[in-house]
Write a protein that binds this ligand. Structure first.
Ligand SMILES: NC(=O)c1ccc[n+]([C@@H]2O[C@H](COP(=O)([O-])OP(=O)(O)OC[C@H]3O[C@@H](n4cnc5c(N)ncnc54)[C@H](OP(=O)(O)O)[C@@H]3O)[C@@H](O)[C@H]2O)c1
Length: 241
């Protein structure tokens, strides 16, 4: 049976990925930082629903270097080697270039780029075989700067994805998924998403299912590496005139 480590997996998109992969027979290690209660509830629900499979939770603050460095070795000590790493955890802070403090910049880069870098490197060194999936964002195709540091962190993560795909091949495949607006930020609702969906080519929300299908595309296609799979209703194509 195969095992996956998914970061930021106790809620929202991460949680949906956990449930999707659990349903497909995977053992799952749910990484969390602040959402301990949600992680424990998810663990309990999965253990009841899939008693033959193994589930675990592990905490690490990915903005803290020492905690990030310990995550893969600790996961292996506790649960053994695993075959799939999904870098889903992320922070999403707004700010144009002119208003981006170094503190905001470093927080975005540390959590969204440096942590995935360390986890990918350690996965390659310790686990040696399997798949890495990095979550980027359809925003990487534009130069809009209203989320400047966030966008830069995700643009760089996509470059890192390609570099790692080349270096870690053929034993490890590395791909990225670029969602468009999928779930509203905590201070916004469905109307906000419906409005944003009007900017996409398809003009309707794809929801989390679009992302789950992308994960399936990657896992099922043994020939796929270094690729960016959009889950954005065509938003990356830009606007019609
Ligand atoms: N939501 C969207 O519409 C959308 C659109 C485009 C791209 N994406 C990408 O898709 C992925 C999932 O999106 P989402 O909206 O579900 O993410 P999210 O809710 O904003 O964040 C997911 C998790 O990241 C974890 N996290 C944040 N800071 C952390 C830290 N310092 N250390 C460890 N974990 C930390 C949090 O875990 P805890 O709660 O345990 O602290 C959080 O639950 C992200 O990579 C995002 O950039 C999402």
């Amino acid at each position: 049976m195969k095992t996956a480590l998914i970061t930021g997996a106790s809620k929202r998109i991460g949680k949906s990925i956990v449930e999707y992969l659990a349903d497909k027979g995977w053992n799952i290690i749910i990484h969390y930082n602040s959402s301990e209660r949600s992680a424990k509830q998810l663990l309990q629900a999965l253990s009841l629903k899939f008693p033959e499979q193994t589930f675990g939770i592990i905490k690490a603050n990915l903005s803290v270097e020492t905690e990030t460095a310990e995550l893969i070795p600790k996961t292996i000590t506790e649960f053994g080697k695993f075959q799939l790493l999904i870098n889903n955890a992320s922070i999403f802070d707004s700010g144009y270039l002119k208003e981006t403090t170094l503190n905001l910049f470093e927080n975005q880069i540390n959590t969204n780029l440096k942590a995935p870098f360390v986890l990918m490197r350690d996965f390659a060194n310790y686990c040696k075989n399997g798949n890495i999936i990095n979550f980027v964002d359809t925003r990487i195709t534009s130069n809009k700067s209203n989320f400047a540091a966030y966008s830069l962190s995700k643009k760089a993560l996509w470059e890192l994805t390609k570099m790692a795909a080349l270096e870690f091949a053929p034993l490890i495949r590395v791909n990225a998924i670029a969602p468009g607006a999928t779930l509203p930020p905590t201070n916004k609702d469905e109307n906000y998403l419906n409005k944003l969906a009007q900017n996409t080519t398809i003009k309707k929300q794809g929801g989390v299912n679009t992302i789950l299908k992308r994960i399936n595309n990657i896992l099922k296609n043994n020939n796929l590496t270094g690729q960016l799979l959009f889950a954005d209703g065509g938003e990356n194509l830009g606007q019609k005139e």
